[in-house]
Design a protein around this ligand. Structure first.
Ligand code: GLA
Length: 685
């Protein structure tokens, strides 16, 4: 990653969010900036969907309003994260270039009237993007208020039309070279799909029955690469103007997934993300941590930026659920603890109308006299008080983790295919469950790409990864040879990168490491469960999956208890050189998963953040810093907690040596230079 990212906003955490002044009369802008100052807001993301306001007709530009917005913000001490408006071409563009509208797999071409409606491979769209970006970069690229470039917004519009078809063929020619190789990889001898001419090759459009899974996977790979190329073009236009501000684009995590984030992150100065909680229940805290750890990992452990989180409400099925001010603060601190350089929100001011009129804002419909606005003022004060924690260490990652989870978009894409052994296989829930278990047990976690260097980790988890390439397997072999531990879930390593199943028993690519082979798959019906022999503390219950495991050297730690697999191996361990490979042959429920993983962590020598598990519902994260580290203690529980150790709370200046009380749903941020000597305990309510 280029160096500007490493040094991004090191003297303070950014606070603010999407700002859409084009929706409001100019006098409101002045009120906005006055309120921003009151709340301590120091960053506004401007221009995200402003193309029609900036270029109301082809070649007619109106930058005057944006000039004034930038000046008003700058005069108020608010920095600008300037977006390129390319996520939403104006209606005149789509009428001039109807071929630049995306086409669905069913052949239906979409129209304007919403947003994100463009065919990313259409030359007219790409030319228009470069043109508007050039003008923006020339005009604002060296403005002192400019904090960063926010290219596009949440890339993710797929296209199955004629431009996509041509670009897909070019991509396939680069990947495979010859049609013979493509036919081999796609296994086209099946169902008479053999291709004799490149022109016959299409995106996976609507067809009579099941599509070819390899074609579908390649189309997803291609779509990610094609959008990445569009991003690179904008980035290069910006850089060519001499603008020194870091370039980012906001990923959307982790509810949908059209990008292969490892390759994208390598092209960005600064990785950023929009993260929306998937629940308003207590589990929302583990979700925030999951999104944050993923994003930091995409950026190789460097500082990153939370570009959006919801402000006053969260979208959950069927309603907009209220988000309490204390939760907003604790979530924000969780993102910062895990490496974000700021807490930005969607959005500054709740819109008066439009399809997101109810998505809330730092300034809600009820105005700045509200409880929620006071909550944001409190957040501003907290961020000011902990500003010193924004400075990253001179060397090494912001968060030190002994445990890594392998993560790749392709694991998700491959598991989305129909007609797998079970429709209940769910990549992202499986990974999330593993991460949640480690959160509960108090361990810091990184994610790692298959094939990446794993040498800094004691333990590597692979919570399902259907296809693994040779490099990914070699890295796991090296990890074990060096004395590391590995833990593997079902439906991992069955296939190579072309989705060809490795013969001879599952998981073909990992049999030698796990010391076993799987002879039969016994997927379970929804709601069914399997029991494993007790580990001494309680039942081990699994769902979704079971299988007939035949040990080839692995030690059996627990067998299935009852049912058709009664007495057969369920949980195993295999010594490989100096390392140990653990295997679980079902998807364990939350509590047993935590017990199993805690035991695996302990065996591997991984160390929890506090040296011992934190009390239930208490999140402790150590963010490394330049002169000291900072221990973020977030008490999501309903009882007070006492934290004791060699540090001082930045928010109260109270030392923690003799114990520091953290109220229910409260927080503390402690400056410390010591790794050891920390403990936390729950107090009586
Ligand atoms: C996204 C987008 C925003 C807005 C919010 C709604 O993440 O980037 O423009 O649509 O969600 O909550």
């Amino acid at each position: 990653m280029p160096s500007p990212a490493r040094r991004f906003s090191t003297d303070r955490f950014l606070f603010g969010g999407d700002y859409n002044p084009e929706q409001w009369p100019e006098e409101v802008w002045h009120e906005d900036v006055a309120l921003m100052r009151r709340a301590g807001v120091n960053a506004a993301t401007v221009g995200v969907f402003s193309w029609a306001a900036l270029e109301p007709a082809e070649g007619v530009y109106e930058f005057g309003w944006l000039d004034r917005v930038v000046e008003v913000l700058h005069a108020g001490g608010v920095g600008v994260v300037l977006a390129t408006p390319t996520a939403s071409p104006p209606p005149w563009f789509t009428r001039a270039h109807p071929d630049a509208m995306p086409v669905g797999p069913d052949g239906v071409r979409l129209s304007h009237g919403s947003r994100d409606t463009y065919a990313v491979s259409a030359p007219a769209y790409r030319d228009a993007c470069r043109e508007i970006v050039q003008r923006l970069a020339e005009r604002y690229g060296s403005h002192p208020a400019l904090l960063a470039w926010h290219v596009h917004n949440e890339y993710g519009t797929l296209d199955w039309g004629e431009h996509a078809a041509a670009a897909f063929r070019r991509w396939l020619q680069r990947r495979y070279g010859t049609l013979t190789e493509l036919n081999r990889a796609w296994y086209t001898s099946f169902w008479s799909q053999r291709y004799g001419d490149w022109e016959d090759v299409l995106p996976p459009r609507a067809t009579q029955y099941l599509a070819n899974p390899a074609q579908v996977l390649d189309f997803k790979r291609f779509s990610s690469d094609e959008m990445l190329q569009a991003l690179r073009e904008q980035r290069d236009v910006i850089r060519a103007t001499g603008s020194a501000a870091p370039v980012t684009t906001n990923f959307m995590l982790p509810t949908w997934n059209h990008l292969e984030q490892w390759s994208w992150s390598a092209e960005l100065d600064l990785v950023s993300v929009d993260h929306y909680l998937d629940t308003v229940g207590p589990d929302g805290e583990t979700h925030a941590a999951y999104g944050a750890d993923l994003t930091r990992s995409f950026g190789q452990g460097d500082p990153w930026l939370l570009m959006e989180q919801s402000s006053t409400s969260s979208t959950v099925p069927g309603r907009r659920a209220h988000k309490s001010p204390d939760r907003v603060i604790r979530n924000s601190l969780s993102y910062l603890a895990r490496g974000s350089q700021g807490a930005l929100f969607f959005q500054w001011r709740a819109p008066a109308a439009g399809s997101e009129a109810w998505h809330g804002g730092i300034v809600p419909h009820t105005g700045a006299g509200s409880r929620s606005f006071r909550g944001f003022e409190q957040l501003g004060a907290v961020l000011t008080a902990i500003a010193e924690a924004a400075e990253p260490p001179a060397e090494g990652p912001l968060v030190e983790a002994d445990v890594a989870v392998l993560w790749h978009a392709e694991g998700w894409w491959a598991t989305d295919a129909p007609q797998l052994p079970s429709d209940l296989l769910d990549y992202s829930s499986t990974v999330r469950a593993a991460h949640r278990a480690l959160w509960q047990a108090g361990y810091a976690v990184d994610f790692a790409a298959p094939g990446a260097d794993l040498s800094r980790y004691r333990l590597v988890l692979v919570p399902s990864m259907f296809a693994l390439d040779g490099q990914a397997v070699r890295r796991l072999e090296e990890h074990l040879a060096a004395g590391g531990h590995l833990a593997v879930w079902p439906f991992t390593g069955y296939a190579d990168e072309d989705l060809h199943v490795v013969p001879g028993g599952y998981p073909g690519r990992l049999r030698h490491l796990l010391g076993l082979h799987v002879e039969e798959l016994h997927p379970l019906a929804a709601g069914d469960e399997v029991l494993l022999e007790s580990d001494g503390t309680g039942p081990l219950r699994g769902r979704v999956w079971s299988e007939l495991v035949v040990p080839d050297g692995a030690e059996v730690l627990a067998a299935y208890a009852g049912g058709g697999l009664d007495g057969k191996a369920a949980l195993t361990r295999h010594r490989v050189g100096a390392g140990v490979a653990h295997y679980v042959s079902t998807f364990l429920d939350e509590e047993p998963l935590r017990r199993w993983l805690t035991a695996v962590c302990e065996q591997s020598g991984a160390r929890p953040v506090l040296g011992a598990p934190a009390p239930e519902g208490v999140e402790v994260v150590r963010r490394r810093g330049a002169r000291a580290d900072h221990l973020f203690v977030l008490n999501h529980s309903g009882v007070p907690v006492r934290v004791t150790g060699p540090g001082t709370n930045l928010l109260t200046s109270s030392p923690a040596d003799a114990g520091l009380r953290v109220e229910p749903r409260g927080w503390a941020v402690l400056r410390t230079t010591e790794r050891d000597g920390w403990s936390a305990e729950a107090l009586e309510a």
